[in-house]
Every structure is written in C-alpha cells, then in structure tokens.
Design a binder for this molecule. Structure first.
Ligand code: URA
Length: 430
C-alpha cells in the first residue's frame, strides 16, 4: 500500500477501507509516514469527510494504538461521562459522586485544561495532596470499594490520538466532525466503561458553534459507541455562557461541593441531575429514567453524594478543604455594570480566556497554573442588573488586572428590555 494513493483517494472523495485507515494510523504512529503526508490526508478528510464506517475504522485504529483499560475486575456496569469542553464546566465533580452514591461504578480518566477550557484533573489537584496518579490496581480497588475513582489519562492510552491531534492543531484540521468523533471516542473506548454519556457543548465557549454540527457530532459518536457494543447517549447543551457561576479551579471545586449539598447554581444542578440520571438508568440501577432522577435528588437532599465526594478526596490522599478558608487570593475585585437592564449575552470564551490570563488556565501545555484565582459571575443571561451593581468578581493574585476588568465588561451585553434565560439542554441523542 502507498500513502500517496490513500491521500489521492480521499482527495477525490472516495471512502477509505479499514485496511487503508489502519495502514495510515499505524504507519503515522510508528513514524513511517511523514507529517506532510499525514496533514495532506487530514486536510482531504476535512474537506471530503468520512462516512460512519470510515469514522468507526479510524476510531478503532486509534484505540488499538495503545492500551485498553481492562475494568472487568470491577463488579457491575461501569459508567463514564465526557464533555467536549467548556468554561466553568465542573459537572464531573458533581455527577461522579452523585451516581456513585446511587450505586453506579464511576471509573473516570480525566484530562487537564488548555486554553479557555478547564480540566477536571486541575480542579481536583487544587485540593491539597489530591493524587491523580493511581495505578490500575488502585483505580480498580477504589471503584470496587467506593464506586468512584478519578485518575489522569496515561500516555499509553490512544497514543495515536496525541500525535494526530498535535498535527491537526497546526494544520488547521481540528474542526472536522469525524476526526473529532474518532479522537474522543477512541479515548473513551480505551477507558473501558460499558456506558458512556457525552455532553456536546455548543456556543462561543465550545468547539461546536451550531446545533446542526453538534447534532452530527453526537450522532456519529453515538453510532461509533454502539458499533463497539457500548450504551451511549449524547446531550447537546449550551456553552454560550459559562456553566454555573465559578470559573477557576478552587472556585469550581467549591461550587461543586455546594451543589452536592443542594446549594448550587440551578443550571449546574440540573445538568448534573439529567446526565447523572441517564448514567444511573443505563447502568440498570432503576427501571425508569424518572426513578433515576428521583434517586439522584434524594442523594443530594440526604447529603449522601456530598459524603461520597469527601470519601473520594480522602481515598485519593487529599485533604478535604475547610470551605471558608479554601480560596486564598490577594484580592477580589468587583466588575460593576455601567448600565441598568438585563443581561442579554455573556461570552463564555471571553470569560474563559480572561480566567486563563489571570492564571487559572494554561495558554500552552507546559504553563503552570494558580489554583486560587478565577472569576465568579454575579449575573448571567436573563438577570436584571442595576448600574453600579457587580456583574462579576475577579479573584486575583496579580496587581495589574485592568485588561481583565475590560474583558469581563466586554463579555457582558446589557439590554434595556427583558431577556429570557437561555435553554440549557437542547437535545438528547440516543
Ligand atoms: N476533544 C478531543 O479529545 N479531540 C478533538 O479532536 C476535539 C476535542
């Protein structure tokens, strides 16, 4: 087989065979196929797409480039959740303990944040001593004992994806739906769960900008998962404004704990309950989705889920925080509204980038982060605001934050007339 023939075939808009796709992924991962040929193929896929069979074969080839985690020593149905990324998205911290307290086996491998999006590992590591580097044995034993473990993805999981993603990143080929689907699903399938719920975000702060694209990505990912014998459901949810109020690592942990205690923002609680209910129901712990919802709500009300979070922290060597002392910054600066009215738009991307520049996130993979800093919104879309009232608070360890104050101002659009709150969940794709 010759790589140039595969490139030409895709350039001319023909479907590639399983063998051709395997030849490419194997050859590229082993270093036999050069970057210039790989990027030519990625660009041909970007323009000419892949059909569902090609996307499935591509996923399979990436999946088999590394280890597949064997969770068979965990008793019961294993569940996992993946978000395509967003600003203030701390759902995993809430729904993990929620579903674990309902009896589901939440075996989660998470990643770090990059750019304007946060990562679950960074949030957990903002808790003193929290250990995300569990061995396979520790991971499995902890899920058996506690129903939940959250660890870092190792380099041996879908290594072809790392190489391909880095190439796509510099060749303008990240936003191809089948390539995104294969990238996400190869890692999810390698993580070994039986049930996967996907949260596909749309809006300023997300990869997908339109409902049609989010639908197509969801459809392909659900199809790929089913082709591998998994139960997969995708939620399409809003990321045009941040989720909840807090953006930044410790601030988000605090908000997640409050949500588990029944005092969290409505949108975060609702999304966690809905995704959690799907996981609990698909794990066959309740006969209906409604009963799963009720069970989850009861675990919040009884503080059972909040206890599970504390047990998770302690099992992974963390020091459960004193919530009143947890956030330590040199300053908290209010950004006050310059007009009265209703919040019409709140740009998640601007808020995410501003939090990143304050130190809460990374511009490049090797940057270090400040776990304490970030932004806490005081107003969200649909809220009434008076001139001089705080739109948001900036938690900072930097002296000069004039640029960030400006950015937060610009992220808000205030209208004189009444504005409806945004829908949170657009669709569920099964
Ligand atoms: N997230 C991934 O893991 N891969 C992509 O290609 C895009 C988003």
């Amino acid at each position: 087989m010759r790589m140039v023939d595969i490139i030409e075939k895709k350039r001319d808009n023909h479907a590639l065979t399983k063998e051709e796709i395997e030849f490419f992924v194997k050859g590229y991962t082993q270093g036999d196929i050069p970057d210039y040929q790989a990027s030519a193929l990625m660009m041909a896929v970007y323009f000419n797409d892949m059909n569902d069979d090609e996307a499935t074969h591509f996923t399979e080839a990436i999946l088999h480039s590394g280890d597949i985690i064997d969770l068979s020593n965990i008793e019961g149905i294993k569940v996992d959740k993946h978000s395509t990324g967003g600003v203030g998205d701390k759902t995993t911290l809430v729904l993990g303990p929620l579903v674990a307290s309902c009896g589901a086996k939440f075996a989660k491998l998470s990643g770090r944040g990059l750019g304007h999006t946060g990562g679950t590992l960074d949030k957990l590591e903002s808790i003193e001593n929290f250990n995300i580097a569990l061995s396979n044995e520790q991971f499995i034993n902890q899920v058996n004992a506690l129903n939940i473990a959250v660890a870092g993805q190792t380099a041996s999981l879908a290594p072809a994806d790392k190489k391909l993603y880095a190439l796509r990143d510099v060749s303008g080929t990240v936003p191809s739906i089948p390539l995104i689907a294969a990238s996400i699903m190869s890692k999810k399938l390698a993580s070994g769960a039986d049930v996967i719920v996907l949260d596909v975000k749309i809006g300023d702060g997300a990869f997908m900008k339109t409902l049609d694209d989010a639908r197509e990505l969801s459809r392909i990912m659900v199809k790929i998962g089913k082709n591998f014998g998994k139960k997969v459901v995708a939620f399409i949810t809003d990321m045009s404004e941040p989720l909840g109020y807090a953006v930044g690592n410790k601030l988000e942990v605090l908000e997640a704990i409050r949500t588990l205690q029944g005092n969290g923002p409505e949108d975060l609680e609702r999304l966690s309950v809905e995704i959690g209910a799907q996981l609990v129901h698909l794990a066959e712990l309740t006969p209906t989705l409604d009963e799963a919802r009720d069970l989850i709500k009861e675990k919040i009300a009884s503080l059972s889920a909040s206890d599970t979070f504390k047990q998770l922290v302690e099992a992974q060597e963390g020091v459960y925080p004193d919530l009143n002392q947890f956030i330590q910054t040199q300053g908290v600066v209010a950004v006050n509204s310059q007009a009265s009215g209703y919040v019409k738009h709140l740009n998640a991307l601007d808020i995410g980038l501003s939090a990143m520049r304050l130190g809460a996130g990374r511009a490049t993979k090797d940057d270090s982060i400040d776990h304490n800093v970030g932004i806490v919104l005081n107003k969200k879309v649909g809220d009434k605001v008076s001139e001089g009232e705080a739109l948001a608070y900036i938690y900072t360890n930097k002296e000069d934050i004039a640029n960030e104050i400006d950015t937060v101002h610009q992220a808000y659009e205030i209208s004189e007339s009444f504005v409806e709150k945004r829908s949170l969940i657009y669709e569920v794709v099964e």
